[in-house]
Design a binder for this molecule. Structure first.
Ligand SMILES: [Ca+2]
Ligand SMILES: [Ca+2]
Length: 372
């Protein structure tokens, strides 16, 4: 269960060369850019561009290549083909390889591949108990002021859900193509495959039409699927995982005595921790709480900046800028329908632990997460 946090040095896994310098010597790297702005990396990195599924461009090291609008230029398909080519080339050269394949789908505009555009005609978004939440009298004012979803709003949500599901068909093809290539090349027994996402998404839950970056489970909880040597098939691990864990995990798995890494160049303390013991099923201790935080979130139900704690026991306590608070017990209220604050106040221990998490730095964050 990976959850997002941005606390600390901010050095997690990012699509750049710096953090992995000295480990891998060849890169397959995608930077989806608008045609005509291939060299305009800065605005992209600042998040000012939206990325269509096509036309698009990919940067191969420092060279770039434009793609058109033919069916075969569909972005997810290009990524599947190029990743397979990269794997084949790497295996032929007998080199270790790392492919960070960050597909755009199902992100907006969620345009399906032509072959898939009727795959889920009529699909509706999930109607979770929190969908179009009936009672928001317990919620903070920015949720309270959201009207119940109208018929046209629900239709908009459903239309997007249909397109998202359809755009994911090509992603299924990508996953099958990559795993199939690893198998065909005979390297599956020595390769780890991680499948996850970078954020959750609202589709009408808590009356929020769309969006992310709030402290609710819809926003912060994502699947994490891993296969590889020593990972037992079907094993499930219910641990608090953060995306900052990926960098230390990948380096831990890749840097072995027979394949050492030049880690002396690293001048930072990772915010995350290696998942290797969790993957192998032999973790003896693990973090028991994490920090949730975000700056002001715009969109439906604009949310002030917040910092919150989520424990492995299922308690979530959030403090917003301006003084509003939310407290949920996920064990008996997994949909977060019943904010217990202020009828129930958080324990002093929980409050002080949140304070420790939001003020920690470097190795101190590990202590705060462990709670001892
Ligand atoms: Ca359709
Ligand atoms: Ca409620």
């Amino acid at each position: 269960m990976p959850l997002r946090t941005s606390r600390g040095s901010g050095q997690g896994l990012c699509p750049g060369h710096l953090l992995f310098e000295g480990i891998w010597d060849e890169w397959l790297q995608y930077f989806p850019l608008l045609v005509g702005e291939v060299h305009a990396l800065l605005p992209l990195l600042k998040g000012h561009l939206t990325e269509p599924l096509y036309p698009h461009s990919h940067i191969y090291e420092i060279a770039s290549r434009h793609f058109g609008t033919k069916a075969s230029d569909y972005k997810t398909d290009v990524e599947r083909r190029e990743t397979r080519r990269f794997i084949g080339r790497s295996v032929a050269q007998g080199k270790p390889f790392f492919a960070y394949v960050a597909a755009k789908a199902p992100h907006s505009p969620a345009k399906p591949a032509p072959r898939d555009k009727h795959a889920y005609d009529g699909l509706k978004a999930p109607r979770l108990p929190s969908f179009n939440e009936k009672n928001v009298s317990d919620n903070p004012p920015w949720i309270r002021k959201l009207p119940r979803l109208s018929t046209s709003k629900k239709a908009k949500i459903d239309n997007r859900a249909e397109k998202r599901a359809e755009s994911l068909q090509a992603l299924d093809d990508l996953v099958a193509g990559v795993v199939g290539k690893l198998r065909d090349e005979g390297v599956m027994g020595n390769t780890y495959v991680f499948f996850t996402s970078d954020n959750g998404w609202h589709e009408g839950e808590h009356r929020i039409l769309e969006g992310k970056a709030r402290p609710y489970e819809e926003d912060v909880r994502m699947p994490l699927l891993v296969r590889g040597p020593g990972v037992a098939a079907g094993h499930q691990a219910h641990r608090l995982i953060l995306d900052t864990d990926f960098l230390p995990t990948f380096t831990d798995l890749a840097c072995t005595p027979s394949s050492p890494c030049d880690t002396q160049k690293w001048s930072y303390v990772s915010d995350g921790r290696s998942l290797k013991p969790v993957l192998k099923g032999n973790a003896t201790s693990w973090r028991s709480a994490i920090l949730l935080e975000a700056h002001h979130t715009s969109g439906g139900g604009a949310t002030p900046a917040y910092r919150g704690i989520r424990t492995n026991g299922g308690t979530k306590y959030v403090e917003y800028a301006g003084g509003k608070k939310e407290l949920y017990h996920l064990g008996r209220d997994p949909q977060e329908l019943d904010n217990r604050y202020p009828a129930t106040t958080p324990s002093a221990g929980l409050v002080s632990r949140l304070r420790a998490l939001k003020t920690c730095a470097g190795r101190g964050c590990r202590v705060a997460e462990n709670g001892r």
